[in-house]
Design a binder for this molecule. Sequence first.
Ligand code: GDP
Length: 186
Amino acid sequence: MTTPNIDYDYLFKFLVLGDSGVGKTCLLYQYTDGRFHSQFISTVGIDFREKRLVYRSRGRRHRIHLQIWDTAGQERFRSLTTAFYRDAMGFLLIFDLTSQKSFLEISNWLEQLRTHAYTEEPDVVLCGNKSDLIQLRVVSREQVAALAQRYHLPYIETSACTGANIQQAVDLLVGRVMTRIENAVC
Ligand code: GDP
């Protein structure tokens, strides 16, 4: 019998959620490849990307294997199933700073999340993407601040194009998930 070669302390499944066109796929590729792919052909089905990282807390070093799942266009058909949400520990909830519609849909996404996630209060980081498109911005800081406060969400502005704050958004989510785990253990 062979022993599985597991060289990490935690395996986390994260989901990237939000309306079609907000930049979920670009953001994911920028995070894992460090590149901006401006045109994608939506793949059939659902896809994920992986990354390793080290999280340091309370003098300890935790090796984390991240699996970040993209909806690959399935949200257009409102067909994200319970199976897609299963085992997900954290959620990057994305809207487009140049689209009011994508921002207004955030409440619906949160409702869906709370229905399907493992707890009614899952770890979520709200991301306003396309921050590089300054002239086209239509969602104000005040609007986002009010929403983030109402739902107690940490908020960060990202650009899948320049890579701004993407690492920070994922690190923030990892930190929240790890804090939940550490608090549960203590
Ligand atoms: P998805 O449907 O949410 O996965 O969105 P995509 O990742 O396919 O991106 C939709 C469109 O927005 C594409 O044309 C991307 O090139 C563009 N896009 C995505 N993120 C950014 C960004 O941060 N800045 C700019 N300028 N364009 C972006």
